[in-house]
Design a protein around this ligand. Sequence first.
Ligand SMILES: *Cc1c(COP(=O)(O)O)cnc(C)c1O
Length: 388
Amino acid sequence: MPHRESRKASRKLHRDTLAVHAGRSVDPSTGAVTPPIHTSTTFERAPDGGYPQGHVYSRQSNPGRTSLESCLAQLEQTDEALAFASGSAATMAVFQLLKPGDHVLVTEDAYHGTRHQLENLFQHWQVEHDRVDTTDTDAVARSIRSNTRMLWIESPSNPLLRVSDLARLADLGRTQNLITVCDNTLATPVFQNPLIHGIDLVLHSTTKYLGGHSDLLGGAVMHGAEFEDAERLRDIQAAGGAVPSAFDCWLLLRSISSLGVRVRAQAASAHEIAIRLGEHPAVEDVFHPLHPDHRDHERAQVYLPGGTGLISFTVRGDERAAMATVAETRLFTRATSLGGVESLIEHRASIEGQGTKTPSNLIRLSIGLEHVDDLWADLEQALDAVST
Ligand SMILES: *Cc1c(COP(=O)(O)O)cnc(C)c1O
């Protein structure tokens, strides 16, 4: 029987189709349409000592993880993806490409866990960093030092959803010999593909939109064939061992099948809610890339025309007003994280902790798959209750 995947790969398929089929094949031993979960940690050697199926030990590779990585790579329009046990493990792996004395530039309002690693873990290894506004390419150029080795871009950023000019930053990185990285978690591969803009590495916390159901932790790094440190990165993954379990690989691949329909619906609702929030008298500012008042609205038309399911907004008043608004919601669940089918609401500064530049009256929403009118009714009654 011909291998179905290789037949499929012969023609360029749309991303929604790849999300369902890439990396999968009907199980030849049983005819099962959905993939099995291979929990085996070890694989039999041939009499000559070889490994005819290519797998040796599951930390190095596992059939389910190989399927997942093949699918993840194709979603970002490339051939190479590495799956990790969490987005943070993937982030660690990328920083582990650096050596003592190296310097990193990182998006000012990047994910607080990324900043935490640089400030608390890698400082210890003499890796230095500076936070920079990556939406200002000239400011990035001015911040480059002789020992700068990596430019870490989060776009859109978190929680202000600032959009960086990936193509210009990639050019800058190439002329300055930097490894450029884009944390693409908030955009998803459906709405933005940093590699096609010339970025070297794409990172995802697959815990978020790719997993999509708030029930698994995972991370991934994707890169092109020309990435120089490819072997080293694979070694950090396999020898470092921060790999996802067989069950998590299976669950993630299953969730990716519905990625396109989920994130488009979430982004459409988020866009609608952002507009309505902007018209509410209790709201000071709305941060959503497709909102006409957003600072990077024009750039978002180029890089992120599909938007995102995430919204931040500030309420009139102080931290207490923001906390009270969050407390008044009924349908939204008060919890951190994003990208699940259920909508979440969060007072952001208090989870980010010390050193955060997030305004104390800022609330972040992760829009799920509930009906947009129900979500808006819940927000409206909470805003009305606090402001009157
Ligand atoms: C959650 C998140 C991470 C970290 O991922 P984990 O899976 O929680 O370790 C990194 N970047 C962004 C943008 C995130 O939202």
